[in-house]
Design a protein around this ligand. Structure first.
Ligand SMILES: Cc1cc2nc3c(=O)[nH]c(=O)nc-3n(C[C@H](O)[C@H](O)[C@H](O)COP(=O)(O)O)c2cc1C
Length: 210
């Protein structure tokens, strides 16, 4: 009898694990963020309010932040995806010869973008989010800046990082924006932030104290 109970318990545990794994696989909004306390992307009810959140996030953290900001502002989202996606090996910053490290320290690197956003004329304000790589925006953001026309728009940068501050990580992007762009002060999303906190800060990120 005891043996039967143990076998039954074992089977129940096994089924539980299989179902949990299937549920995780089925959730398209699940994210694994290294530094934020977010496991699931919030729902974004985008309105036609002229605000677009553009983000690059090869490892999910900036994506989570971008979704929360977009949710807080009812903004649309656009992801900058690399033509050649970054693998875990590419993102190994302990290896100075990894793709991300090599690109970071090559001022001429311009990784190709899979697809550019279509018509940007309906947006007055563009938030641009990226992970810090060596204290700077990844070079693919320069590819983006050199491929789109942001004349007359307001641009608001934000970043995620393990520990570094926002600093002057946007200086190379700003240089490429052109004089007609109003470039706002950038924000670093702080480590350990929850979805609710970032959603609540969205207006402040959009209108930072200069
Ligand atoms: C090549 C590389 C360089 C990095 N450099 C820094 C850095 O200078 N400072 C820092 O705090 N984090 C650094 N990080 C960590 C990322 O900024 C951080 O994990 C970020 O939230 C990842 O965003 P993602 O998940 O959207 O890719 C680096 C990561 C990589 C891959």
């Amino acid at each position: 009898m005891k043996k039967l109970l143990i076998i039954l318990l074992g089977l129940m545990l096994l089924c539980g694990c299989v179902f949990a794994e299937e549920a995780a696989e089925e959730d398209p909004d699940a994210v694994t963020s290294a530094t934020l306390k977010i496991n699931r992307l919030p729902e974004v009810n985008a309105e036609e309010n002229g605000i677009l959140v553009v983000y690059f996030s090869p490892d999910d953290t900036t994506r989570a932040a971008a979704y929360c900001i977009a949710a807080g502002l009812s903004a649309e989202l656009f992801e900058i995806e690399a033509e050649e996606p970054y693998t875990a090996e590419d993102l190994d910053y302990y290896n100075r010869f990894s793709r991300s490290m090599t690109e970071s320290y090559n001022k001429d690197a311009r990784p190709a973008i899979a697809a550019l956003p279509g018509d940007l004329s309906k947006y007055d304000t563009i938030l641009i989010g990226y992970p810090l790589w060596g204290g700077m925006a990844p070079k693919i953001l320069l590819t983006f800046m050199e491929s789109v026309d942001l004349s007359g728009k307001t641009v608001v940068p934000f970043c995620t990082s393990n520990s570094s501050a926002f600093g002057s990580s946007d200086k190379d992007l700003k240089k490429r924006a052109g004089d007609s762009v109003t470039w706002k002060k950038g924000t670093r999303i702080k480590k350990g932030a929850t979805a609710e906190e970032i959603i609540g800060l969205a207006e402040q990120i959009l209108n930072p104290e200069e």
